[in-house]
Design a protein around this ligand. Sequence first.
Ligand code: MG
Length: 392
Amino acid sequence: MSDSAKRRVVVLGSTGSIGTSTLEVAARLPGQIEIVALAANGSVARLAEQVRATGVRDVAICDASKEAELRALLPEGTRIHSGPEGLLEVATLAGADIVLVAIVGTAGLHPALAAIEAGKDLAVASKEILVMAGEVVTSAARRRGVRILPVDSEHNAIFQCLDGRGNADEVARLILTASGGPFRMWSAERLERVTPEEALCHPTWQMGPKVTIDSATLFNKGLEMIEARWLFDIGMDRIDVVVHPQSIVHSMVEFVDGSVLAQLSRPDMAFPIQYALTWPRRCRGGLLPLDFAAMGALEFEAPCHDVFPALGLARRAGNAGGTMPAVFNAANEVAVDAFRAGGIPFPGIWRCVRAVMDLHDVRPSSSLDAVVGADAWARSAAEAWVANHRIG
Ligand code: MG
């Protein structure tokens, strides 16, 4: 990659929250970022609007049954790539430099690996990819000599604080900040009665529904602990979490000399998206800096592990290694869906994940087949647990 060149970006998951912010960032930096392809699951009208706004010639629609509907809305000459194959085609598009993966859940895994094999840098917003297949993805990236740039705000903050230092001997700890979610001070008893509507209201971040629920359970932070383990090649014992309700400090690195570096900004995903896509440069994108005098106090506190067991389960999954993180992630996805559908209570999410982890025989995670197999096993085990614990 040359420093002067514009980055040519493929956006997988363009109609979601991160994808939408990415297109806004790119529109403010036309000299630095060019969007060359878009992909979405099935939001046809939104996707067609984005194709017209960005002028891309290549677009993928994962739900192949919507191809004709999409074609009717697109300018003549737009190439439509449909189905899961279509996602792989745009992920490996000739001339693209970087593929931003912002597909909810694990559906981004195959396109991410295809992009790496095609020599593209990866900007990762879908943390599930690294949680499930961190070993496969990071070893493929090393082999192909491509970069994995973190879009998740916490990991982007750590990436900024490390500033290219690969020397793990100088790093004492990575400290991830967590907002604590909407139920930070709530009792275990009150959590039994949390509704999906309550869990979908996040105090500081505007995000998609899956990650918003994960923020309320703290599973999001648990997934991020494992994501950090792979992105920064560091042991789980050196990854900690501190609750910071204002979401201004996005994470910190403690060095062996006792100094701590932190990255701060307003809680807006445009900051980490822009840094990932313009790295190693910093560009004027019109984002407002902090006003410290107007900001008031920044608070920090220890997470409440008794009431929110997700962090402990994540540490257990990360320490067990192998296929256990894939199981942790897949069981959580099933449990979140069941909670959103009214099938299980809010604490049922961690009960389900714990029960599925208890049943799992850990295998090595060096092959894609092993992690995909563990993911499928965990989904059916979680569905069985949900069926046995359904409300009413
Ligand atoms: Mg995050």
